[in-house]
Design a protein around this ligand. Sequence first.
Ligand SMILES: [Fe+2]
Ligand SMILES: [Fe+2]
Length: 472
Amino acid sequence: MTTTADYGEKIPNNVDLREDRRLQRALESWQPNFLSWWDSMGPSLPTQDVYLRTAVNVGREGWAHFGHVAMRDYRWGIFLADRKEDRRIAFGQHKGEPVWQKVPGEYRADLQRLIVIQGDTEPASVEQQRNLGATAPSLYDLRNLFQVNVEEGRHLWAMVYLLHAYFGREGREEAEELLHRNSGSEESPRILGAFNEETPDWLSFFMFTYFTDRDGKYQLGTLKESAFDPLSRTCEFMLKEESHHMFVGTTGIDRVVQRTVELMREHDTDDVIAHGGIPLEVIQKYVNFHYSVSLDLFGGETSTNVANYFTAGLKGRWAEERRKDDHRLTDDSIMVDAIVDGTVGQTEVAALVGLNTDLRREYISDCQNGLNRWNRILEEAGVPQRLRLPHAAFNRRVGAFTGIEATPEGEIISAEEWERRKGGWLPTDVDKAHVRSLMQPVHQPGKIAAWIAPPRQGINGKPFDYDYVHLA
Ligand SMILES: [Fe+2]
Ligand SMILES: [Fe+2]
């Protein structure tokens, strides 16, 4: 079944919103609240228009349209991937049964919670990034930032649609709350820790889109498997947009590393600070920080809640249907990280309770691809240094390693030693101040800041010096 988006409506959608007047009215009354949230918490840099991608369809080809639009007039819409006829539940106790088009009463509270947690991260990242426009290294980068921002706004719409359409009054209340909680707020912070951290500079932004948006990819991947079909279809389409966010992170860090090695070679020094670059050592510290806080987002090594979600069919594994096992896991086991006899080790648990570990492992091996890529840039430039992912025990505040401190190699150290040495592993105030000092805006087409290399290509076939953004 192929659906085309309806753009004649106030809220573009491919869910036949006009057929359900009550739902349409409820969402249309949420829309002004969304816009006032966008006005007060969205990008703070005033612009006339931005060269943006807008989702117009959900098929494989031609799903997006590119053009200059005033950001406030962006057509945030509701798009679900096409429904698969006869889709069956792929895992858990209901494996083989038809998927659900309505929320089963016994899973209502859990499904609502999963949707709220996912929904909360989407506007949170817009809030975290709201002031970055003022220091963009190029118009190309500025455009990419805004693209990520409007799409995270659309992802909020995606979750709010599910809450309004399937969870009644409670769902509508939760949809309001998604606009009331704010990143870093004292009274009502965002739900997850990493989404209350600030994104104060562009190196942090690229790290965030590489490591933290990638966590989002894996969470969406598990929800895409859900037996609740509207949630599955929503997440499938979100994943499509999400891949651009990770592209921004991957290539952003590529370009920082590239520029750093250029400066290292040009001036024959590792200390590129004096030459306006970011030293590899500082890039490594940013990797250490963003990777470790993103590992925390996967939760504890073991979780009975997640076991129950899987058994119930609410949330599957990454690439569930490609797994070669019984998809019920009632007799399987998994090794998970643990402190064993005072050292970093592993312990065996039932596969069902270890599902957070399974997902985190998929994520870790995906993260390694970026490191390989950046190390190729170093290798090709003929510099001996390499970047690496720190050990899973490093700087953790959630799970088995919460109570200990460990080096990036995974060796347990005392709290005193951690305090003494952590400045060598995590960005210090001096490092952050240096990075921030480089964040001078470059807002002329075709120009770029000195700490980052230009991209190999522009967006949608446009050149790098295209006028991607018209400032106000
Ligand atoms: Fe998102
Ligand atoms: Fe994203």
